[in-house]
Design a protein around this ligand. Structure first.
Ligand code: 1PR
Length: 548
């Protein structure tokens, strides 16, 4: 076997330009390895270890591989059983085809077709979050990280039974999302994960390290860990299936001295009551790192004054993202200013360009606020035209990369007043109100409610809803369960609850009552009222599935 890379701390990575591979690059470099990027087919032929981090859709991936003339080299490499790690789509392309792109042939190294999740409606698709991967046997790849939770984000999967029937012994670990499917596959030196090790915290880094350092991936580990396989029956979904995510949110803006700071509002007012100064609760990079080390499942940055300026020219925000993504190995979401705009020189920038800049800087998802409201209004007025920011970004980067952040506030109705909007009642039944969506950081209300926006966002291609509540923001009284329930039941994509967390039990209350997939908080973490670790400890004691 040619040993050009690998042996000297170098690994070959196949990037065909379809999406964000920065996270993988950062993870590999943090482990002390250099990357040799594939520029032509000879790089694949000369590789001694090859990673294929497929991003985007199955059809686009295969189209790119064909277009660049990589298919023969890749097929030869795989047939020769040389060390390979496919990630997510890099796993799917090994098969004959996928329901994601009917009629497009895959590499066909393994028999079978990738299918879409077929799950009950209470389980959301895309499947986003941390699942436990339960190994079927000892392996070098999973040594020391058996039965850990990893970060999954996908709508298509390989059923474990099907793969095992067609390629006996190749399923290395399985997991569950309504049905048991392949989490890790290994046949000889060919390995592939459905999850993203580069976004799976310390467990994911260890798996990558195992792959990069292994002299013989197909060998038996020198020391075996006494792990027992977690039973993977549907009834165990709570244990092995999706953990409830805890998301740390950093609202970022310039303070009056021109420094980029993490701030926090009371119902979106971020100036303190006494001096009128922008509250400064810390530095974005340091806080993000602290939350990662405390166990945050995801970190979200909201550039809260972006509507005033030119998003992409906000280099400090990009620099924050670059620095954070080199040290924080869980998903990073960035919001604020994802929209079309014309810069001072009169040059037009599309929302897709803005998003692409953030992805290149290290973001895994972008969150759209104001522009999503405008897109939804146009959707209800004239249908889909493929041109909205949600559609264009989702088309290129996939639904899982597009979050829509909803900033609703209650609008109370007077006695006898009627509205076409979705209405809720106060707990004593005396007041009626609807949730009006706002734009520009809550400064302007629009004639569209939170449910309408969520439904339109899903139709246009968003993969997740971040549901704030202006009335509860910074109030520490707990989440708005009624709002969350109402929105969650209207969509089939995951919802992140936000606004109002004041103590650890607010998270478990919210998960119990609303069954929401994730809960986000800001103020209590910034002020140190409770740490993420304490929230997770409480969730664990309470019996809520959690990544610890
Ligand atoms: O409209 O696409 O440019 O996006 C702007 C983004 O900035 C939106 O996602 C919007 O929510 C956010 N934003 C704008 N102004 C503010 C503000 O506070 N003045 N922050 C703001 C919104 C809401 C949450 C907050 C939770 C949890 N902040 O991010 O962190 O409410 O807070 P808590 O746990 O302390 O209660 P665009």
């Amino acid at each position: 076997m040619c040993a050009r890379h690998g042996s000297n701390g170098e690994v070959t990575v196949l990037d065909y330009g379809a999406g964000n591979v920065r996270s993988l690059q950062n993870a590999i470099e943090s482990l002390g390895f250099n990357i040799h990027w594939v520029n032509d087919a000879s790089d694949i032929r000369n590789a001694s270890k090859l990673i294929f981090p497929g991003v985007g859709s199955f059809g686009a991936a295969m189209h790119n591989l064909n277009d660049r003339g990589y298919v023969d080299a890749l097929t030869d490499y795989l047939k020769a059983d040389r060390p390979f790690l496919g990630i997510c789509l890099g796993l799917h392309t090994l098969f004959e085809g996928s329901e994601e792109s009917p009629g497009v042939p895959g590499l066909g190294i393994l028999p079978g077709t990738v299918g879409r999740f077929r799950v009950a409606s209470h389980l959301k698709v895309p499947h986003i979050g941390w699942n436990l991967a339960s190994p079927t046997r000892d392996s070098i790849l999973l040594a020391g990280v058996e039965n850990k939770r990893y970060y999954f984000v996908h709508s298509f999967r390989l059923r474990a039974d099907d793969v095992e029937r067609e390629s006996k012994g190749s399923v290395l670990a399985t997991t569950l999302h309504g049905e048991e499917y392949v989490a890790v596959l290994q046949r000889g030196h060919l390995c592939a994960t459905q999850f993203h090790p580069e976004k799976s915290g310390s467990a994911g880094l260890r798996l990558l390290d195992n792959f990069l350092r292994a002299e013989d991936l197909a060998g038996t580990p020198s020391t075996t860990t006494a792990f027992s396989r977690v039973p993977t029956t549907i009834g165990d979904n709570g244990k092995i299936g999706l953990a409830k995510r805890v998301v740390a949110c950093l609202d970022v803006r310039e303070n009056d001295a021109g420094d980029l700071v993490v701030t926090k509002g009371d119902q979106y007012d971020v100036r303190d009551k006494e001096g009128g100064h922008v509250r400064n609760l810390g530095k974005p990079v340091e806080l993000a790192e602290r939350y990662y080390n405390e166990g945050a499942d995801e970190v979200c940055f909201l550039n809260i004054t972006s509507f005033r300026g030119e998003p992409v020219s906000e280099a400090p925000m990009l620099e924050v993202l670059r620095r954070v993504s080199r040290r924080v190995f869980v998903p990073l979401c960035i919001g604020g200013g994802i929209r079309d705009y014309i810069d001072k020189e009169g040059v037009h920038h599309s929302a897709l360009d803005v998003a692409a800049t953030y992805f290149r800087a290290g973001a895994d998802k972008v969150s759209l606020g104001s522009d999503a409201v405008y897109a939804a209004e146009r959707y209800y007025a004239s249908g889909m035209d493929g041109a909205s920011s949600i559609e264009t970004i989702s088309h290129v980067y996939g639904a899982q990369a597009v979050v829509v952040s909803i900033d609703p506030r209650r609008v109370y109705l007077t006695d006898g007043e009627s509205t076409r909007h979705n209405v809720l009642h106060s707990s004593d039944g005396k007041k009626r109100f609807w949730y009006q969506c706002t734009v520009k950081g809550g400064r302007e209300g629009r004639d569209i409610d939170a449910v309408e926006l969520a439904v339109a966002a899903q139709k246009l291609g968003a993969g997740e809803i971040l549901l704030n509540c202006m009335d509860e923001d910074g109030q520490k009284n707990g989440y708005d369960h009624e709002l969350i329930r109402m929105v969650r039941s209207a969509v089939s994509i995951p919802v992140i609850a936000s606004s109002g967390a004041g103590k650890a039990s607010h998270f478990t209350d919210c998960f119990d009552v609303t069954e929401v997939e994730a809960a986000l908080a800001a103020g209590i973490f910034h002020r140190g009222t409770v740490t993420i670790n304490e929230v997770k400890q409480h969730m664990f004691s309470h019996g809520t599935p959690v990544r610890r």
